[in-house]
Each structure stands twice: as C-alpha cells, then as structure tokens.
Write a protein that binds this ligand. Structure first.
Ligand code: CA
Length: 225
C-alpha cells in the first residue's frame, strides 16, 4: 500500500517509515501539518497515518479538511492523548480508526491491515454487479438505470450479496450480517425477505440475478451450480 505518514516527531516518523517499509508498504513522510495536507490532497495514497498534535495543522484539521473536499482516503489517527473526547472527535471528523501512543508496532500493523481490508470508505465506491449498481452513500440502487426502492432490510441483504458478488453467502452469514450475531429470527424470515427483494430487483422478463443455492444460501450473479 502507498501510505502517507504525517508525524512531526523525527524518531517516531523514522520508526513508522522503517517498520511499514519492511512490511512491503511504500511510505512517504511529512513532518508538519500543512505539507501533509497538500500531499494527502494530491492523492495517490491508500492510507493516511496522521498524528494529532502537529505544527501547522493538527491531524484533526487535516482530516476535516480532506473529508470536506470529499477525499475519502482511509485515515488512521495517532494520538498521544487517550481522552475519549479526542478519540470521538477524530472519528467524528472522518478518521477510520485511531491508535493511542505509545503503541506496539504489531498493533499498528494489525490496524493498517484492517483499514486496508476495508478499503476506501464507502462514499466513493459505486458497487456494480450483475447489472445492479449501488451507492452506499446515498443508498440508491439501480438496475440498468432503473431506480429500485428498497426497505432497510432488503437493502442490507442486497449490500451483502453485492459485496460478495459471484460467491455463495451461507444463510448464517447473511442472517448475522443483517440482523446481528445474537439475532434469533425464524429460519424462513431470510427467505421471505429475499423473495421481496427479488420481486423488486428482478422484473418480469429480466434475467434472475439472485441465485438460491439449496441447503447453503444465496449468491448474486455467478455460475448456476
Ligand atoms: Ca506530534
């Protein structure tokens, strides 16, 4: 991943550069806030690691400024202060995760991996699969340009199917994702919602897009088994 580190403390900056480079990342370091913001705005990074306390502009200000310009590069905030207030503020301003100094490098790497797995946060990504398009920011769903209005639950099911397009999602995973881990729903509740979803997504004469995989679950698109 291409990572921009904005950190004014030289030792910490060097440590981050070395450790992340050893993990195979391409690391750029900015030592103060304004320069960091300029580089982040110029783009080309897949992750920003921002210290909060910086000369020039704080990490908070950088995050706010980027999000205000709809730059959605994932942000991992480093804070020396573990006040809950700071953490909440950082997340509220658009950070995706935070780490309190001092931290172990293993923990940092785990967070970096988690953020990179999540990828860019959804606002920028229009998901497309099997002729369907979904904008997670506006929750707008279309098929071949036709707008489809879904309820919250129908949307949640379709979003999971689209994120795993072409692969079979087991029933338990779908239920856990839509209703939560501890959810106790009737077994046929999922099927009922999928029926409703199909009725909206698959108009008469259109090819089916949601496949039932008997005894396993559902899939969007892909091969018929
Ligand atoms: Ca600092």
């Amino acid at each position: 991943m291409r990572i921009l580190v904005v950190e004014d403390e030289p030792r910490m900056a060097a440590l981050l550069r070395q450790g992340l480079t050893e993990e195979g990342h391409a690391v750029t370091v900015a030592l103060e806030g304004r320069g960091g913001l300029c580089m982040a705005e110029a783009g080309g990074f897949e992750l920003l690691i921002l210290d909060v306390m910086l000369p020039g502009l704080s990490g908070f200000e950088i995050a706010r400024s980027l999000r205000a310009r709809r730059i959605q590069t994932p942000i991992l905030m480093l804070t020396a202060r573990d006040a809950a207030h700071d953490i909440v503020k950082g997340l509220d301003l658009g950070a995706d995760d935070y780490l309190t100094k001092p931290f172990s490098f293993d923990v940092l790497l785990a967070r970096v991996r988690a953020v990179s797995r999540r990828g860019p946060i959804p606002q920028t990504v229009l998901m497309e699969a099997a002729g369907l398009a979904m904008n997670p920011a506006t929750r707008e769903v279309t098929r071949d340009g036709r707008r489809i209005d879904l309820t919250r639950t129908e949307y949640a099911i379709l979003e999971m199917l689209m994120r795993s397009a072409g692969r079979v999602l087991p029933r338990e995973i779908l239920i856990e994702g839509v209703w939560g881990v501890a959810a106790e729903i009737e077994s046929n509740t999922l099927d009922a919602f999928v029926r409703l979803l199909r009725a909206k997504v698959e108009e008469p004469g259109q090819p089916r897009v949601i496949r039932t995989v008997r005894g396993v679950g559902y899939a969007l698109g892909g091969e018929t088994p």
